[in-house]
Every structure is written in C-alpha cells, then in structure tokens.
Design a protein around this ligand. Sequence first.
Ligand code: HEC
Length: 180
Amino acid sequence: MGASHCSQGSTSGIRRPERNTAAGLRLPPVSCLLPPVSFLVLCLFAAVALAQDKPYPIFTQDHLDATMKTLGPNVAGIRASLADGDFTTAKERTIRSREQLAISVTFWRDKERDDAVTLLRTALDRMDALDAALSIETVDPGAVETLATEVDAACTACHVVYREQDPVTREYRLRQSALQ
Ligand code: HEC
C-alpha cells in the first residue's frame, strides 16, 4: 500500500512536493515510514504475547522422572527423621520435598490434566499440614506420624493413575495411556 508515492522517481504521474534538506537529501514522506514502523511495533507485541503464553519453563517427562527420583529418598528421609525424633530435620526435609513436588505442576498443566493437578495439590496441602505440625514447640509424635502417612497416601493416589512399572526392568514410568 502506498508504494507508488514512496518509490523514488515515481513514474505514476502524481507529483508530490518533495522537501529538500540542507544536504540535498530527499526524505521520504512520513506516510512511507509509518508502515515499517508499525510493522516493527506489531512484531514486538507478538513477541511479548508469545513470551507470556508460556510463563513457565518447559517441564519435560525427564524432569518429572528426575524430580520423582529425588523425591522418593527425601520423603523416606522424613520418615527416618521422625523415627529418630529429629523433628528439625524432618521439617527441613518436608519443606525441601514440597518444593520439589510443587514445580512438577507445570508438567500436568501442559498436559491439561486437571485431575492430576488436584492430586498434586492434595499432596502439597498434606505436606503443609505436616510442616505446620512440625513447627510447633512441642511436636506431637503421633500426630506427625499420621500426617506423614497421609502424605504417602496422596503420593500413591497419583501413582495408581499415572505411574506404571515396567514388568521386566521393574522401572517406574509415566502411564502414557492415562494422558489420553
Ligand atoms: C500428580 C502425580 C504424582 C504425585 C502427586 C506424586 N507422583 Fe511420584 N510419580 C508420578 C509419576 C507419573 C511417576 C512415573 C514417572 C517416572 O518415574 O518416570 C512417578 C514416579 C515416582 C517414583 C519412582 C521414580 C523412579 O523412576 O524410580 C517415586 C520414588 C515417586 N514418584 C515418589 C513420589 C512421592 C514420595 C510423592 C509424594 C510426596 C509423589 N511421588 C507424588 C506422579 C506423581
């Protein structure tokens, strides 16, 4: 659009007054500069919109596997600390495990598995409850034991749906069929 009056030495016959600068340079009319400028602005908006579309880093299946592999020993560690009566370490391990599990929400969001997000939130809520029970001055060993069992149950609730075990290698993996 507007190409004819923008090209230098136009043969279109429509003569427009052209201003000459002191240096004798011909400047194109402002209307010729606007399209490229607005195009650049559009590109910028598009880039920003795209960037906002994915506010979270990509969390792959390998990330999920790695997260779960570290989570296992950490959560087992909570139990070990509780058995030792070491509530400070149990609390630290609970907080660390909660952080690890929390970031995996991105995986389920990307796959649009609302049910898995709910299962995950239940596990996180129970870890918060355990953290709270370990944060009071006189920790009730029976209460924290029960809460730790509830955390385990929340892990299992997701595993029965989304995890499967290779019959030969005994390795755990994502149950792909559950994602469909
Ligand atoms: C929302 C679903 C979900 C929740 C909640 C969840 N997991 Fe997992 N977990 C999985 C899936 C899927 C796998 C299989 C992925 C893989 O290992 O590649 C898995 C695998 C595992 C594995 C096996 C890792 C391996 O490959 O050897 C362990 C251990 C584990 N999870 C521990 C936990 C613990 C502990 C919790 C609770 C604090 C928990 N998970 C909560 C989905 C979940």
